[in-house]
Ligand binder design. Structure first.
Ligand code: APR
Length: 170
């Protein structure tokens, strides 16, 4: 089963979904962009759980392309799924790692029983991935992943991102 894909323009921390995906970094200890916004609006319980993950399963941090869930704190969601996107490189093709972020987030969502998942445009901010290519990888991966998730919503923070994803969704 592949999920239906929808696009919205807005702030992912204001969305309601079973799971909201965070564009995290491997430390899991917060940052700017989506990461900063999720921790700010979601509150300290998210970071507390991230710290517990670092003290246990992810002593060396969450590797790029992998995903792990925590509470969503005060967000209108049951879980936040943290995933670490690749930094864009012109010398190395890291597309597989970016695709893995979406695939692994859906796998974790399935483990949780999440039926609706909201994604940001992973790696297209601080990690400098060109928006059009990131949109292509995101939509292709979600559309070809077998999952029990029924709806994936890409939450795009600006018009440029929204246009790039709309061009992929058709
Ligand atoms: N809601 C939805 N999208 C957002 C929001 C928000 N509140 N804030 C930013 N974005 C968009 C950005 O415009 C960009 O298109 O999310 C996309 C991803 O940008 P970043 O958040 O910078 O994430 P990324 O490029 O994956 O870099 C991750 O940045 O914040 C740090 O700790 C994070 O080190 C990690 C790195």
């Amino acid at each position: 089963m592949t999920p239906t894909v929808t696009l919205v323009r807005g702030d992912i921390t204001r969305r309601s979904a079973d799971a909201i995906v965070n564009a995290a970094n491997s430390s899991l200890l917060g940052g700017g962009g989506v990461d900063g916004a999720i921790h700010r609006r979601g509150g300290p319980d998210i970071l507390a759980e991230c710290r517990r993950l670092r003290a246990s399963r992810y002593g060396r941090g969450l590797p790029t392309g992998q995903a792990v869930a925590t509470t969503a704190g005060r967000l209108d969601a049951r879980w936040v799924i943290h995933t670490v996107g690749p930094v864009h490189s012109t010398s190395e093709d890291r597309s597989g790692l970016l695709a893995s972020c979406y695939r692994e987030s859906l796998r974790v969502a399935d483990e949780l029983g999440a039926r609706t998942v909201a994604f940001p445009a992973i790696s297209t901010g601080v990690y400098r991935w060109p928006m059009e290519d990131a949109a292509r990888i995101a939509v292709e991966t979600v559309r070809t992943t077998d999952t029990a998730v029924e709806e994936v919503t890409f939450v795009l923070f600006d018009d440029r991102a929204h246009e790039a994803f709309a061009a992929q969704v058709g």
